[in-house]
Write a protein that binds this ligand. Structure first.
Ligand code: AMP
Ligand code: MG
Length: 412
């Protein structure tokens, strides 16, 4: 991938997101994985149905299978018993069959009456209370889909329902794309790891565990390179290690424009910057580029801001869709709907703002409330938020008006 010239000023968030999604190249290769180990993996190829679903006409209820035309006031003798797991049988003329949910409907029967609507007389004949309709309570062979129909497409994320669908077809192993290997770098001389002794001026590394969790939730394999000092040589070395050992590099901190921020110059030197700076708050100092590994395609590098909430928002809106694209996943649009604000607040000049909010249900309607302090270093509100209220640049929040709301669930 060649390196484009740096965009002047800040890039619009939608443009940055679209650029990243377009730039994502799906990881190559394929592995065959047992269903039990496939949750969260990405389907490498379309899967088509091997069998009609259902495979045979079967009963939707515990009840009695019969020929409607034979139903009379005299009732019908119960001449057959068909439990689930039974083979296909045939209904003798003049009789009905006791049948259970999922059992094959005997040939000749055209209706199943639920047992709750049936009375058995002393002679063992079955009488139906109320009306019985043709085809009632019979699940027809192939009514859901037919052999050869496409069930799941390449790029699908295998969740519990998708795995159940494959299992229902008797499929035991599934072709998936290889896991994306992501190198994780935390930069900053002030950083110490949780568990270490605190001293004023030091900062516990919260981005590392946050991004590790996000990457693992996204089914990436994480190569953690730990904390790297604010030193160009140390960063150069870390970037080279990351480039050689991973498909993608995510680093945090050192990506602004102060003299202690070395990510951008080192990235420029070892590869190339695509863009730096997005018109969003928090998350402005976001950098995207490639580390040149000598091959025609470099290793992408995502430089997230050091401020923890800026890093989280940058991940949600920019890094995550790129990672998804590199994993071969289909990247959907942002899910958003309009929600009334329960507060007023001054807008952010020149940048779209993603306010961390909770939803309160008032009179059956959601109302967005600030989840707490909105500083880009304030993790508490981020930990409480149900989602983001996405404010256009230079737009004040007016209590009672509606604004786009992005539920956090979509980023999980
Ligand atoms: P930087 O982007 O390096 O200028 O950092 C911006 C702010 O984020 C500073 O207050 C840093 O101490 C803080 N910060 C940077 N990296 C981390 C991290 N890994 N965990 C927590 N805070 C961080
Ligand atoms: Mg720093």
């Amino acid at each position: 991938m060649s390196c484009a010239t740096l965009a002047k000023g800040l890039l619009d968030l939608d443009v940055a997101r679209a650029r990243m999604i377009a730039a994502a190249e799906p990881v190559r290769g394929e592995e065959l994985v047992a269903l039990e180990r496939a949750v969260g993996r990405v389907l490498a190829r379309d899967v088509t149905a091997r069998l009609d679903m259902p495979g045979v006409d079967n009963s939707a209820m515990d009840g009695y299978a019969l020929r409607l035309a034979e139903l009379s006031d005299a009732g019908l003798p119960v001449v057959l018993r068909v439990p689930a797991g039974a083979g296909v049988t045939s209904l003798p003329e003049g009789g009905c069959a006791r049948i259970f949910t999922g059992a094959p409907v005997p040939e000749g029967a055209d209706c199943v009456v639920p047992q709750e609507r049936v009375r058995l007389d002393e002679a063992g004949c079955m009488h139906v209370a109320g009306e019985a309709k043709p085809g009632a309570n019979i699940r027809r062979r192939g009514e859901e889909y037919r052999e050869g129909d496409t069930l799941l497409t390449a790029g699908w994320t295998l969740d519990s329902a998708a795995l159940a669908l494959l299992a229902s077809q008797g499929i035991a192993e599934v072709p998936v794309l290889p896991r994306l290997k992501v190198a994780l770098i935390s930069t900053g001389d002030e950083l110490i790891e949780p568990g270490a002794t605190f001293a004023p001026g030091l900062v516990y590394n919260s981005n590392r565990v946050m991004l590790q969790a996000l990457l693992e939730q996204a089914d990436c394999e994480v190569l953690d390179l730990g904390i790297i000092a604010d030193d160009p040589d140390a960063l150069r070395e870390a970037f080279a290690t990351a480039r050689d050992g991973a498909d993608l590099v995510v680093c945090t901190g050192g990506v602004s424009v102060g003299e202690e921020d070395h990510v951008r110059p080192v990235l420029d030197e070892l590869g190339g910057l695509w863009f730096h700076g997005v018109a969003m708050k928090p998350g402005k100092p976001f950098a995207f580029g490639y580390l040149d590994d000598g091959s025609p395609e470099g290793v992408p590098l995502l430089g997230l801001p050091g401020n923890p909430v800026a890093s989280l928002v940058g991940w949600h809106l920019l890094a995550r869709p790129f990672v998804q694209g590199c994993q071969g996943r289909t990247v959907g649009p942002l899910q958003q709907y309009r929600v009334r604000a329960g507060f007023s607040r001054r807008g952010s000049p020149g940048r779209r703002e993603l306010l961390r909010v909770t939803l309160d249900w008032q009179g059956g309607h959601p109302v967005a409330l600030l989840a707490g302090g909105q500083g880009s270093h304030m993790l508490h509100a981020a930990s409480q938020a149900h989602g983001y209220l996405m404010m256009a640049a230079d737009t004040d929040v007016e209590e009672g008006r509606e604004y786009p709301y992005l539920p956090a669930g979509q980023f999980g």
